[in-house]
Design a protein around this ligand. Structure first.
Ligand SMILES: [Zn+2]
Length: 276
C-alpha cells in the first residue's frame, strides 16, 4: 500500500528538481527525461513475513506428551508458506528457516529490512488448567486487555531474556514508541483489522477459539511500526486434544488454509476500502 505512494512522491520530487531547481536555460533544449514519463510497473506480489515462534535452545511451550511449540509452529508456517505461494499473489519469507534461535528484535529487523507488507507470528500456548483449549489472536498494545494477555506477552517476550541473557527493561519503552509511530501510519487499525479477520476466518473454518479471542498486550515481536502484525496462538499444548491436533498434518493444513484465507481477506478488504 505504502510503496506506490512513496514511488509517486519520489517521482514528483525528481520532476520538481528537473523543472524548477536545475539549470533553467539549458533545460528547455533537452529531450524530456524518460524516467518521468515511465509507466507505473505492475504491482509486485505482497510480501508476507511468517514468524514461527521460538527455535534452537528455546523450545517454547511443552505439551503433555512432550510436543515442542517450536516444532509444530514451524510445520504450520511451512504449510502456510506453501498455501500463500501457490496462488502467485504473495512472496513469503520466514524469520527463521530452521530450528535456530533468533532474537525477537532480530525477527522484527528482518521483516523491516525486507519491507514486509504483513507480519504473522505463530505460537502455541500452555495453561496451568489442562482443560483450556482453542486459538486466540493478539495485537500490540501498551496496556494489556486483560491479565492473561499480559502474562502471555511476558512469557513470549522472555524468549530473548532466558536464552540470550538480554535485558528486558527497555521493551516497555519500545512498545510505547512503536504505538505512537503505528497510530501515525494507521498500522494500529490495520493490525486490529487483520486480527479480527483471522478470528472470523477461524470461526467459519471450524477452528476452535478461546472466548474473547482478539486480545492485546505488549509483544516485543510485534513492534515494527510500518508493518501490520498479529500474533496467533494456534491452540494449547497443555490440553491433550489440542496437543494431538497440532501435530496432525490434516489439522496443520486446515489452520494454514484458514490463515491463508485471512491474508486474502485482509488484502482484499484493503483494496475495497481504498477504492470506496
Ligand atoms: Zn510461543
Amino acid at each position: 500500500m505504502a510503496a506506490p505512494y512513496r514511488r509517486n512522491i519520489i517521482a514528483g520530487l525528481a520532476g520538481l528538481t528537473a523543472f524548477g531547481l536545475g539549470a533553467p536555460a539549458a533545460w528547455a533544449n533537452q529531450p524530456a527525461k524518460k524516467s518521468i514519463a515511465k509507466p507505473t510497473p505492475p504491482p509486485k506480489p505482497r510480501l508476507v513475513f511468517l514468524d514461527p515462534g521460538h527455535g534452537g535452545r528455546d523450545p517454547g511451550a511443552l505439551g503433555v506428551r512432550g510436543t515442542q511449540e517450536k516444532v509444530v509452529v514451524m510445520a504450520i508456517a511451512r504449510e502456510l508458506q506453501r498455501e500463500l505461494q501457490a496462488g502467485g499473489r504473495y512472496r513469503v519469507m520466514l524469520t527463521r528457516a530452521s530450528d535456530s534461535f533468533v532474537a525477537l528484535r532480530e525477527r522484527v529487523a528482518r521483516a523491516q529490512a525486507a519491507k514486509a507488507d504483513l507480519f504473522l507470528s505463530l505460537h502455541a500456548d500452555s495453561h496451568p488448567d489442562n482443560d483450556v483449549r482453542g486459538a486466540s489472536v493478539y495485537t500490540l498494545s501498551e496496556e494489556a486487555s486483560d491479565r492473561e494477555a499480559a502474562a502471555l506477552a511476558a512469557r513470549e517476550n522472555r524468549a530473548d531474556g532466558v536464552v540470550a541473557g538480554m535485558r528486558l527493561g527497555s521493551q516497555t519503552d519500545d512498545v510505547a514508541r512503536t504505538l505512537v509511530a503505528m497510530s501515525q501510519r494507521g498500522t494500529v487499525n490495520d493490525s486490529r483489522r487483520l486480527a479480527e479477520t483471522i478470528v472470523q476466518t477461524f470461526g467459519k473454518g471450524g477452528v476452535r477459539l478461546l472466548p474473547r479471542t482478539h486480545r492485546q498486550a505488549g509483544f516485543a515481536v510485534l513492534t515494527a511500526p510500518e508493518i501490520p502484525a498479529a500474533l496467533v496462538e494456534l491452540g494449547y499444548l497443555s490440553n491433550p486434544q489440542d496437543e494431538k491436533l497440532l501435530t496432525v498434518r490434516q489439522h496443520q493444513i486446515a489452520l494454514a488454509r484458514a490463515l491463508r484465507a485471512s491474508v486474502d481477506a485482509h488484502f482484499g478488504a484493503g483494496i475495497a476500502t481504498r477504492k470506496a
